[in-house]
Write a protein that binds this ligand. Structure first.
Ligand SMILES: [Zn+2]
Length: 145
């Protein structure tokens, strides 16, 4: 049957870029069984055939990615624990932590609550930044110069 046969001169619906909508077009050029070029009956523009059901080429809004903050913080915690282990493991005699005690960078201390910690920074006059297994904490320590 030739009911749906389209040839040059046939009327077809196509999207028209000028009209920015689907309009009636004349087929101008056929390419095999496909419509190659059409002429808009409204604005007379000739252009490639664009199926009226074709999706308009609109950029999809970027789908927001699920935030990986939770995962990142887990990774960070793991990295911290790993680093901590490397820092405290070589130390055979950790110093018992006391607020009056002065420490040096590189000291490993033993805290009654937080466990082993590595002194990685000293802040005058009496704060030590200590890396524990789960977190880095600023601890009170003896005044140093
Ligand atoms: Zn048009």
């Amino acid at each position: 049957m030739t009911e749906n046969q389209i040839q040059a001169g046939s009327s077809v619906e196509s999207q028209c870029k000028k009209c920015k909508t689907v309009t009636d077009h004349h087929v101008v050029v056929m390419s095999g069984e496909k419509i190659a070029k059409v002429e808009c009956k409204v604005c007379n523009a000739r252009h490639a055939y664009v199926s009226p059901t074709a999706e308009p080429k609109v950029k999809k809004p970027a789908t927001p990615r699920p935030k990986k903050a939770a995962l990142a913080s887990t990774k960070q915690a793991l990295a911290l624990a790993e680093q901590w282990e490397k820092l405290v493991t070589p130390c055979a005699k950790p110093l018992t932590y006391s607020m009056e005690r002065t420490f040096q960078i590189g000291d490993v201390i033993d805290h009654p609550t937080f466990g082993l910690g590595y002194v990685q920074k000293l802040m005058k006059p009496c704060t030590a930044e200590i890396q524990f297994k789960d977190a880095i904490r600023n601890m009170r320590c003896g005044t140093f110069k």
